[in-house]
Design a protein around this ligand. Structure first.
Ligand code: PMP
Length: 354
């Protein structure tokens, strides 16, 4: 009985809505509005499906070799898993520090869930009033450190130089930099891997690689950390990555130019959307992600979310201290963002005092 009681205490993650109807403009879970590259789309032919009778390669050698080539690393420095959530789960399970874990008070909501799941004591370090992160707050922590860079849902980013200070002062702890959104304008810190054994860079194919539904993530790190992650994977589900997803991942790595092009396009759309929102009186955090975090004085975050939903546009609202007045808006196509802006214009008009 006590076992069930303890599970009932678990606070699971609440994912963004995934409506079954396609009638919404879906700007709520930071997916890419563009499809995967043509070479990736054409991969799922009948022979690939016929091959599903065979198990996948549990070592994921093909994909690791391709990623190693892309980053100038060795396959032993690379771990791949079912989305970066899977990697973060392993991290909290296998690498809690002497004092547990630390992460910002406003960040990706799953960190807290994983800490709870693995009963890792954690401390949430408050971001500054403007939601920026003070790197010095993370010095000498004796804890697993997890930082999303750019952060979610704010989109603000640290430079590799700032992260270096955190790595220098936490040589006995694992410092995890979650780069889910790094391809939309921030600078990756993976080049620091040659200097720091305590760095683990976590990446995903879900955002800039248009494969959220494929479930594919990877981590770049020191070979001994990667070997420990493999141990955890081989102790749970060695074939977790299916053959189709592995094939899609390999083809994706070969299409780097296509994905860089659409990432640049999304950045341009983000700039235009930011301007449009500001002209409607929104306060917008300068984001380096594929989303904007914004509020409109005079209209609550809940009201913005509901009013947009009534107009068939889904955004994300977090009913949480400090950020309850904000909505997070994923950057879609130019056409989708024009519809968003038109809807917001109406909502602002409906809510104007005169
Ligand atoms: N990290 C951050 C900061 C995220 O926002 C997300 C997506 N919700 C993830 C990790 C997980 O992404 P995935 O499991 O799709 O790779």
């Amino acid at each position: 009985m006590s076992r069930y009681f303890s599970l009932s205490q678990l606070q699971p993650y609440t994912p963004g809505e995934q409506p079954r109807s396609r009638d919404y403009i879906k700007l709520n879970t930071n997916e890419n509005p563009y499809p995967p590259a043509p070479a990736v789309r054409n991969l799922l032919n009948p022979s690939a499906v016929a091959d599903l009778r065979l198990y996948s390669d549990p070592a994921c050698r093909g994909l690791k070799e391709k990623l190693a080539g892309l980053y100038g690393l060795t396959p032993e420095q690379i771990f791949v898993a079912n989305g970066s959530d899977d990697i973060l789960n392993f991290v909290f399970w296998g690498f809690p520090g002497e004092k547990g874990a630390v992460f910002p008070d406003i960040t990706y909501g799953f960190y807290k869930v994983f800490a709870g799941l693995h009963q890792v004591p954690y401390r949430e370090i408050p971001l500054r009033a403007d939601f920026s992160l003070n790197p010095r707050d993370y010095y000498h922590q004796k804890s697993l450190i997890v930082i999303a860079n750019p952060n979610a849902p704010t989109g603000l980013a640290l430079t590799p130089g700032e992260i270096q200070g955190i790595l220098d002062t936490n040589q006995d702890s694992l410092v995890v930099i979650d780069e889910a959104y790094v391809d939309f304008g921030a600078e990756s810190c993976y080049p620091l891997l040659s200097q720091y054994e305590n760095l683990l860079v976590v990446r995903t194919f879900s955002k800039s690689r248009c494969l959220a539904g494929g479930r594919l993530g990877y981590a770049l790190g020191n070979p001994s950390v990667i070997a420990d992650l493999e141990r955890l994977k081989f102790s749970t589900n060695p074939y977790a990555l299916n053959r189709l997803t592995l094939a899609l991942g390999e083809a994706t790595v070969a299409e780097e130019a296509y994905y860089q092009k659409i990432s640049r396009k999304i950045q341009k759309t983000r700039e235009n959307t930011e301007k449009a929102l500001k002209s409607l009186g929104f306060l917008v955090i300068p984001s380096l992600g594929n989303f904007l975090f914004a509020r409109r004085p005079g209209i609550s975050g809940e009201n913005l979310y509901q009013s947009l939903k009534e107009k068939a546009i889904l955004v994300r609202h977090f009913p949480q201290e400090r950020i309850g007045e904000y909505v997070r808006i994923t950057i879609g196509t130019d056409e989708q963002m024009e519809k968003l802006t038109a809807a917001l214009e109406e909502i602002c008009h409906e809510n104007s005092p005169d």
